[in-house]
Design a protein around this ligand. Sequence first.
Ligand code: SAM
Length: 289
Amino acid sequence: MKKQKWHTDHAYGSVKLSYLIKRPLFRLRTNYQVIEILDTEAYGLALFLGGDMQLTQRDEYIYHEMISHVALFTHKKARRILIIGGGDGGTLREVLKHPVEKVTLVEVDRHVIESCRKYMPAISDGAFDDPRVEIVIGDGARYVATSKENFDIILVDSTDRIGPAIKLYSKKFYEACKNRLGKNGILVNQIGMPFLFPNFLKEMTERRGSYFASATSYLAVVPSYYGGAIGFGWATNENLRYDEEFFRKLAQRFKRSGINTRYYSPHIHKSSFVLPPVLPGYSAVAPGH
Ligand code: SAM
């Protein structure tokens, strides 16, 4: 009987998640992290950074559709997009479904892009070769602090608050993002698992709130992420009214766009901002009311 191989992800302090591995495809220690691409029995190809699972072939579309389409369908004419992190190319793939003019992707570790292009090409699905795309290898915090470019939307598709990503949760970073965004500008960043780390959600929402007109968060369920729903931090330079009219027009924009999605829809968009009372940012008034 062939010995089974398992990869264990340090999901959460006292909890470990183990994945049965069909075969390992790639492993490299870079200046920033250990990159592993493994073919798992349950979720197909999966990317691990520093031992932590980042995405799987089976459910990555949920995360990538929700980090991109919520902002792109809210912003009525988003043309210039900045993605920080996102070296696997999944967020880029979804953003390019929209009639955007330019997408700048700033990834600190070139090896993530190269290994995902080679071993998980379906994730980016040719997005890295799109003429609208500019790839910058470098630190996202430094980029927003030094760039003179303006953007309509900034999507921070980074690892959790460890290693090179720590700066991407700082006040300085949020302030710099504010300055890089136009008057209808929107900032979205993945903020981990709110049910496991509610204080972190609160801290980050307040931190964004001190620089932006409005700050809240929305949720999505990604089965391969341990801990229930993943949270996305939401901040806008404009105080938007999420009333019935807003969602009626959003649904029209979605229909007119002809963009195919498997998880995102205008109803999912609306319900994703409905937070349970236990979570900070809960509001008794649900969007659309
Ligand atoms: N979906 C994943 C998640 O939810 O955890 C994120 C995946 S994506 C591959 C994360 C990327 O952020 C990694 O490729 C990592 O190298 C990149 N990253 C981390 N810190 C960064 C920084 N300061 N600037 C730019 N990219 C960064």
